[in-house]
Design a protein around this ligand. Structure first.
Ligand code: FO1
Length: 336
């Protein structure tokens, strides 16, 4: 088949691994003769984690994707830059500026300063992402879900009182240990999809939901008015990859998020949560790990074509194999 136009909805760490694998598979399946691919990959990234801190605009999921695709990410932490130092953050802590428990590395701060400078020149976030991405040959187009500031806040009870925490405070300071009562996308009512999002979905041959947090990453992207509608109007099939393997979240604390919306932490429950496209949901296909073989029958009964394949993204090769399976399920051929 001709090289496909692929759109991926993705969050940060899991999304970055998956997109690296998809890029590797595309380069093998549809080579352009120069080490790249004739397939096009557009990544629509979650921006709900974004925040203003120490006067800088920080975009965690976009940065996880940017750094991982550029090959300059800290692969052990899963976020931030390789070879990082923390001289400036020590100064910020001494001045009591920022959050002492939220580490801003020196190289990472370079990105945040550049982004903030470009935003202050009046560039929308999608143009800033394009500018920052141009520094490396990523081989994919990174796009924020929206150019508007729509931050995810978490409603909790802390010290006996109701509190509204920015997602990053809940995630990093409390390690999601304080039960989330609700997630709120502040300002979402007036937000719009970033300009490239709807056209990319309208022209997609296939749309993939990366194995990202279904609530605060995929769910947040779909919460931007207009994106869910554009996704469901896409001509291509929509295939998701389960972020839950064997009943537990792979890395992040997805279970703490799923609990907050009353969804069981299982590959079957998340697949059912996304729902069958034929019945008004999102999925034309769902990949679960081989350890979740039992989910296949459960989801097929719900009209969601499902395959059980190895989903641990140990390395790029494993991630590429998962991407190949997702495309095969979507495009109906084993050679996709
Ligand atoms: N995660 C942590 O666990 N600890 C940190 O100190 C931390 C700092 C940080 C700074 C910039 C940035 O872009 C991400 C950072 N993260 C940190 C990761 C972040 O919480 C996650 O990448 C996502 O927000 C969750 O997917």
């Amino acid at each position: 088949m001709p090289a496909p136009r692929i759109v991926v909805l993705a969050g940060g760490v899991g999304g970055a691994k998956f997109v690296r694998g998809l890029r590797r598979h595309a380069r093998a399946a549809w080579p352009d003769g120069a080490g790249g691919s004739t397939a096009s990959i557009t990544v629509v990234a979650n921006t709900g984690d974004d925040l203003w801190l120490a006067g800088l605009r920080i975009t965690p999921d976009l940065d996880s994707l940017l750094y991982a695709l550029a090959g300059v990410n800290d692969t052990s932490r899963g976020w931030g830059r390789a070879g990082e130092s923390e001289r400036v953050s020590g100064e910020l802590a001494a001045y009591g500026v920022g959050w002492p428990w939220f580490t801003l590395g020196d190289l990472d701060l370079g990105t945040h300063i550049a982004r903030t400078a470009l935003l202050q020149q009046g560039l929308p976030l999608s143009a800033v992402v394009e500018r920052l991405s141009a520094r490396w040959p990523l081989g994919v187009r990174l796009v924020p879900a929206t150019d508007d500031e729509v931050e995810t806040h978490v409603l909790v009870q802390e010290d006996g009182a109701p509190r509204d925490l920015h997602f990053e405070e809940w995630w990093v300071r409390t390690r999601a240990k304080v039960p989330a009562e609700a997630f709120v996308q502040v300002g979402v009512e007036t937000a719009k999809p970033a300009p490239p999002v709807v056209p990319a979905l309208a022209q997609a041959d296939v749309v993939l939901l990366a194995p990202s947090n279904p609530v605060v990453s995929i769910g947040t992207i779909l919460g931007i008015p207009g994106i869910r509608e554009a996704l469901l109007a896409t001509p291509g099939p929509i295939v998701g990859v389960s972020p839950i393997i064997g009943g537990s979240a792979v890395r992040g604390m997805a279970d703490a998020c799923l609990r907050a919306i009353g969804v069981e932490t299982s590959a079957a429950a998340v697949g059912a949560h996304y729902g069958s496209r034929r019945q008004g949901g999102l999925l034309d296909g769902w990949l679960v790990d081989t350890s979740d073989e039992a989910a296949v029958a459960a989801l097929e009964e719900r009209d969601v074509p499902t395959r059980a394949v190895p989903l641990w993204m140990h390395d790029d090769e494993a991630s590429a194999a998962i991407a190949a399976e997702a495309l095969a399920l979507a495009l109906g051929s084993r050679t996709a």
